[in-house]
Design a binder for this molecule. Structure first.
Ligand code: KIV
Length: 265
């Protein structure tokens, strides 16, 4: 499969085919996803929760994200690899943002980066794009603002907040983001935003009208058991399958059934 580029990704908008995005944090999962026709693999800072066991994404560091992105890049031939910039790696100003985003492209093989926020980061986005760094936006429930929001509830319930998000989407588009994630907002609002911008919108808990969808792969596979968001459809229960397999292994070792003669030298 041909390597996905930013222009090819953007051209998917309006083609009628939904854009497929998933998260990955390591080589193994990235290689599996890449062979299946996933358009964009996000090395999400959700790694802090699903891989490291933190209760939110705030403790994630640049060096940890660089490591995860390096692992993912090694497993990907065709999908676009986008690295999530962790908390305080870009909010402190354009110079920090440029330096840190540059590391993802120079050291980790990413095709671009994702940052959270609207008008507050628009100036920074402009400078990053002018420097040659593709940037994906992220509006709605932006998890790095969990302390301000007080939790992970649906965003933009009020007309004022919805109007602000619509304006932020246009501001980000003008600043040069190549695409944006819309997280946990009403479906009608995501529909309106999707129709109002010329770049692809990727929804997570934002209804069916976005140009594409993204899920945390561990949620889809039933591997993350701390909580289950309503929007995360679970396609299998790997947690249960792993428990069954490991229980069988324990039983076989204890009973002397493993290893067998064929498995011995
Ligand atoms: O960190 C992440 O995995 C994300 C997606 C849920 C969009 O930001």
């Amino acid at each position: 499969m041909e390597k996905m580029t930013i222009p090819r990704f953007q051209a998917l908008k309006g083609k009628g085919d939904k854009i497929i995005s998933l998260t990955a944090y390591d080589w193994n999962m990235a290689s599996i996803l890449d062979g299946l026709g996933v358009d964009l693999i996000l090395v999400g800072d959700s790694a802090g929760m699903v891989c490291a066991g933190h209760e939110n994404t705030l403790p994630v560091t640049m060096d940890q994200m660089i490591y995860h992105t390096q692992c993912v890049s090694r497993g990907v031939r065709s999908a676009l690899v986008i690295a999530d910039m962790p908390f305080l790696s870009y909010q402190t100003g354009p110079a920090d943002a440029l330096f840190n985003a540059g590391r993802f492209l120079k050291e980790a093989g990413a095709d671009g980066v994702k940052i959270e926020g609207g008008r507050a980061v628009a100036g920074t986005v402009r400078q990053m794009v002018e420097a040659g760094i593709p940037v994906m936006g992220h509006l709605g429930l932006t998890p790095q603002s969990v302390r301000i929001f007080g939790g992970y509830g649906v965003r933009c319930g009020s007309p004022a907040e919805a109007a602000r998000l619509k304006a932020d989407a246009k501001t980000l588009e003008e600043a040069g983001v190549f695409s944006m994630v819309l997280e946990k907002i009403p479906a009608d609002l995501a529909h309106e935003v999707t129709d109002s911008v010329s770049i692809p919108t990727i929804g997570i808990g934002a209804g069916p009208h976005c140009d594409g969808q993204i899920l945390v792969t561990h949620d889809l596979l039933g591997l993350f058991e701390s909580f289950k968001p309503k929007f995360a459809r679970q396609y299998t229960n790997l947690g249960k399958i792993i428990r069954k397999a490991v229980t069988a292994y324990i039983k076989d070792v204890k009973s002397g059934n493993f290893p067998s003669q064929e498995e011995s030298f």
